[in-house]
Design a protein around this ligand. Sequence first.
Ligand SMILES: NC(=O)c1ccc[n+]([C@@H]2O[C@H](COP(=O)([O-])OP(=O)(O)OC[C@H]3O[C@@H](n4cnc5c(N)ncnc54)[C@H](O)[C@@H]3O)[C@@H](O)[C@H]2O)c1
Length: 362
Amino acid sequence: MAANGPKCTAVDCDDANKSLKDPINVAVTGAAGQVAYSLLYMIGRGEAFGKDQSINLNLFDVNSMMRSLEGVAMELEDCALPLVNNILLAPDVETCFKDAAAIFLIGSSVRIEGMNRKSLFQASVPIFKEQAEAINQVALKDVKVLVLANPCNTNAYVCSHYATCIPKENFSALSRLDHNRTKVQIARRLGIPAQDVQNVVIWGGRSGTQFPDIRHATVSYNGVLQSAVSALADEKFLQNTIVTSIQKRNPAILAARKLASAMSQAKAACDQMHDWWNGTRRGEFVSMSVLSDGSYGIPKDIFYSFPVQIRNKKWRIVKGLPIDEFAREKLDASARELVEEKEEALALCEEVDVDQGGTLTS
Ligand SMILES: NC(=O)c1ccc[n+]([C@@H]2O[C@H](COP(=O)([O-])OP(=O)(O)OC[C@H]3O[C@@H](n4cnc5c(N)ncnc54)[C@H](O)[C@@H]3O)[C@@H](O)[C@H]2O)c1
């Protein structure tokens, strides 16, 4: 049956006559994996780079996953996403990172049961060395690199160590999942939407020592903007419940789903890149693992999650938040762990450099 009146497709109606910006190259490794499966769709919907930013998706995974990656690309095509200009299945990381404006590093050796942290590093250092050297050679010099693959803080350190032509500020590791989880815990407790909770802080690394801190958070509650601490009025929740519930969230999801969290991780990656790309809202700060400049007494030169504000694609650590004794202990414990991890990774970098007959890149 022929319809009367002007033709209007869904795209015309939603984004009335918006003209698209020239495409940028966005690279994703581990692109046949679980997290990428959700993330690629979100990027294609404009949730990281904006609803008017056209995108070339450059996807990489190991050879044995190429067939599966073809399937992911077919599905992406079938989504008919207006922002996706091109999908490239890259045969190597150099092709994947060519002229990339943004890179999500998701793929790495996966921790197998019984594998200790040292063997995980032994597997991941050469991978991140190779990827960093490729980024160095072929990505745009102002590329933004977000590392998801665990241990993400130290993997980000290794990448920034080897990508000597790219400013270290252009690397970050993901701490937004725990940030989002903390917001949701507060929101559920108060019966308000998550967007009414702001300025929680995740301090440290992605491990048991990480500290979700709600002392600086604000909530819109009963029509009033107030501190989350006074709205919650529950010291036990503040000191213990929230910390342990965030720490137990991954095992809880794994036990229920028989698979690790993936959709929420992808959404968090999108949120972190979105704010890096577009800036944070006035008065708001978000958690992001970035290179420490010594703020809050945290040793310099480790990737550590801090509160940041972002303008013009540059983050700045929010200074001067009061740190009480309880928080101090937590901040320092996570810093000690990350310093130790970095030293282990650096020792492995030296071994890898010697094995490969190169010299240290310092
Ligand atoms: N901490 C968390 O909450 C959390 C949750 C989910 C995932 N993660 C981390 O995110 C990463 C990916 O998770 P996932 O669920 O998508 O895992 P996955 O196993 O589903 O996917 C990982 C993908 O990476 C690929 N890969 C392996 N080695 C690679 C290499 N050298 N280069 C490029 N790709 C490579 C694999 O082939 C696979 O397709 C893991 O490091 C995981 O630890 C963390």
